[in-house]
Design a protein around this ligand. Structure first.
Ligand code: NAD
Length: 484
C-alpha cells in the first residue's frame, strides 16, 4: 500500500508496531481505496509512550529556550522543504484538494513551529518589587507531559499547533491523531527527530477514542489539548477534571456570517464561499449561518450560484481541482441526512444537494435559502458543504439572532460602514471575529472559541500561558518578625 508507514506508532525516536491493537483502515476519500492499515495502540503501547515522554521531559526543559527554539525552527524548515510530499499524504488522508494542502497544512504547521521556536528564547518570569525592599519573582515552568488529540480536517496543522507551543515551553507531548487521518503526525515526529529533538519529546500513538481516553486519565499527564467535537470535548474535559489537569478545548461551531446591504457583494460572496466550502466545508470556524440583509438577498443568491457552478470538483490530486470529497463515507452520510432534513423542514434548496455519481465521497456544494432560526440546519454543526442563508432586516435584530446559539467559535461581518463593523464585532459572542474577511488562523493571532466552542486559545503568545505555569518566589530583605 502506497502510504503504509514503517509502523503505526512513533515512540522514543523510532517507529513501533503492535499487532495486538484494533485495525485502522486508512481510506482515500476520492476513491474509497485502502491506502494504509495501522494498528490502534494497546495499553502497553500507551504505557511505553507515556514512560518515554516522562523520562525525556526533564532534560528537554533543562535546555535553554533558545536551544529548544532552534530545533523547532529547524523542523519548520524541513517541513517546508518537504511540503509537496507532505501535502500529497494529507490529500490522500483527508481528500482535500492538493491546491489546498500545499498552502494550508504542513506550511501552516511550519509557521507555528517557526513562530513558537522564535518565542522560546524569550519566555521569562518577572520581578515584582514589594514593601521595604522585599521582592518576589516568578519562574515560568513547563507543565510536564502534555497530551494532544487531533481531529481529521487539518491533521498535521493541528499536531503542529499543539506541539509547537508545548515544546517551546519545555513540555513533552504524546499526540494521538484522529483515527480517520493517522499518517502525517508520524511524519512530524520524524521531522522533529531529524531537526535534532531528543527522543521521546514528541511521541505519536494511534487509536480510537479509548486510546485518547486512556491518555487523558493517566496520572502522569498534566495537560490535555483536544481538537474535536463538543460531545468529545465534554468527556475529555470531565476526565481531565478528575486530575485537575490543564485543558485547551478547540471544539465545534455554528458561526454566523452577516452580510449588510452596503457590503461589497463580490467580496462578501468570496467570504461566504471560503467560509462554507473550503475543505468541502469541513472547518470548525465556518460561517454556516449566512445572514443576508433582505434588499440584497436575490442578488446574493444569484451571484453565489453563478460562482458555485464554476467550482472544479474532481480528483483532489489534480492541481486545478478546488473542491474535493468529504473525508469519509460516514461523514458524507451525516451531511446527506442534514440535507434531507433541511428539505423536510421547509428550507429551499437553492444550489446542489446531491451526491456525485462517481467513486469516493463527493457531495455538491449545497445552499439552502429561506432558512429560519429554529431549523436543525441552522442550529446544529453539519461539518460539510452546506450553507444556510437566512434573511434579516436590522442590525439589532440580526445580532440577537446571530448570538442565539450555544456555540461561540467564530463570527464574521461584511459591511463598508466602519463604525457598524466594529460595533458588530464587539457584540459578537465568539472567540474569533472577522471583518470583511473570513477563516484566517495565522500563528501570530489567538484562535479559539467561547461558550460551548472551547476553552483556552491556540496560536499567539497566549498559547504560552496555556502550556506553562508561574511559580512565585518571595524574598525577604529584612528581619522577620513573628507575634511571639
Ligand atoms: P471527534 O470529537 O469525533 O474526535 C476528535 C478526537 O477525539 C479524535 O482523535 C478521537 O479519536 C478523539 N476521541 C474521541 N472520544 C474520545 C474520548 N472519550 N477521550 C479522548 N479522545 C477521544 O471529532 P472529529 O469528528 O475528529 O472532528 C470534527 C470536529 O472537530 C468538529 O466538531 C469540528 O468543529 C471540530 N474541530 C474544531 C477545531 C477548532 O480549532 N475549534 C478544528 C477542527 C475541528
Amino acid at each position: 500500500m502506497k502510504f503504509q508507514p514503517k509502523a503505526s506508532h512513533f515512540i522514543d525516536g523510532e517507529y513501533v508496531e503492535s499487532i495486538a491493537g484494533k485495525t485502522i483502515e486508512v481510506i482515500y476519500p476520492a476513491t474509497g481505496e485502502t491506502i494504509a492499515q495501522l494498528q490502534a495502540a494497546t495499553p502497553a503501547i500507551v504505557e511505553k509512550a507515556l514512560q518515554s515522554a516522562a523520562a525525556a521531559q526533564k532534560a528537554w526543559a533543562a535546555m535553554t529556550g533558545t536551544e529548544r527554539g532552534r530545533i523547532l525552527r529547524r523542523a519548520a524548515d524541513i517541513l517546508r522543504t518537504r511540503n509537496y510530499d507532505l501535502s500529497v499524504i494529507e490529500t490522500h488522508d483527508t481528500g482535500k484538494p492538493i491546491q489546498e494542502t500545499l498552502v494550508a497544512d504542513a506550511s501552516a504547521g511550519a509557521d507555528a513551529l517557526e513562530y513558537f521556536g522564535g518565542l522560546a528564547g524569550s519566555l521569562t518570569g518577572e520581578y515584582i518589587p514589594l514593601a521595604n525592599g522585599d521582592f518576589a519573582y516568578t519562574i515560568r515552568e513547563p507543565l510536564g507531559v502534555c497530551v494532544g488529540i487531533g481531529a481529521w480536517n487539518y491533521p498535521i496543522q493541528i499536531a503542529c499547533f499543539k506541539a509547537a507551543p508545548a515544546l517551546a515551553c519545555g513540555n513533552v507531548m504524546v499526540f494521538k491523531p484522529s483515527e480517520t487521518t493517522p499518517l502525517s503526525a508520524l511524519k512530524l515526529a520524524e521531522v522533529l527527530m531529524e531537526a535534532g529533538a531528543p527522543k521521546g519529546i514528541f511521541n505519536v500513538v494511534q487509536g480510537y477514542g479509548e486510546v485518547g481516553s486512556a491518555l487523558v486519565s493517566d496520572r502522569r499527564v498534566a495537560k490535555v489539548s483536544l481538537t474535536g467535537s463538543v460531545p468529545t470535548g465534554r468527556k475529555v474535559y470531565a476526565a481531565a477534571a478528575q486530575g485537575m489537569k490543564h485543558v485547551t478545548m478547540e471544539l465545534g461551531g455554528k458561526s454566523p456570517l452577516i452580510i449588510f446591504d452596503d457590503a461589497d457583494l463580490d467580496n462578501a460572496i468570496s467570504g461566504a464561499i471560503i467560509g462554507n466550502f473550503y475543505s468541502s466545508g469541513q472547518i470548525c470556524s465556518n460561517g454556516t449561518r449566512v445572514f443576508v440583509q433582505k434588499g440584497i438577498k436575490t442578488a446574493f443568491l444569484d451571484r453565489l450560484s453563478a460562482r458555485l457552478i464554476t467550482a472544479k470538483i474532481g480528483d483532489p490530486m489534480e492541481p486545478e481541482v478546488n473542491f474535493g470529497p468529504m473525508v469519509s463515507e460516514r461523514q458524507m452520510e451525516i451531511v446527506k441526512a442534514y440535507i434531507v432534513k433541511g428539505v423536510e423542514e421547509g428550507a429551499r434548496l437553492a444550489f446542489g444537494g446531491r451526491q456525485l455519481d462517481r467513486p469516493g465521497f463527493y457531495l455538491e456544494p449545497t445552499v439552502f435559502a429561506d432558512v429560519s432560526d429554529d431549523m436543525a440546519i441552522a442550529r446544529e454543526e453539519i461539518f460539510g458543504p452546506v450553507m444556510s442563508v437566512l434573511d434579516f432586516d436590522t442590525e439589532e435584530e440580526v445580532l440577537v439572532r446571530a448570538n442565539a446559539t450555544e456555540f461561540g467559535l467564530a463570527a464574521g461581518v461584511f459591511t463598508k460602514d466602519l463604525s457598524r463593523a466594529h460595533r458588530v464585532a464587539k457584540e459578537f459572542q465568539a472567540g474569533t471575529c472577522y471583518i470583511n474577511t473570513y477563516n484566517l488562523a495565522p500563528a501570530e493571532a489567538p484562535f479559539g472559541g467561547s461558550k460551548l466552542s472551547g476553552v483556552g486559545r491556540e496560536n499567539s503568545k497566549l498559547a504560552i500561558n496555556h502550556f506553562s505555569e508561574m511559580k512565585t518566589v518571595y524574598i525577604s530583605m529584612n528581619d522577620l518578625r513573628a507575634p511571639y
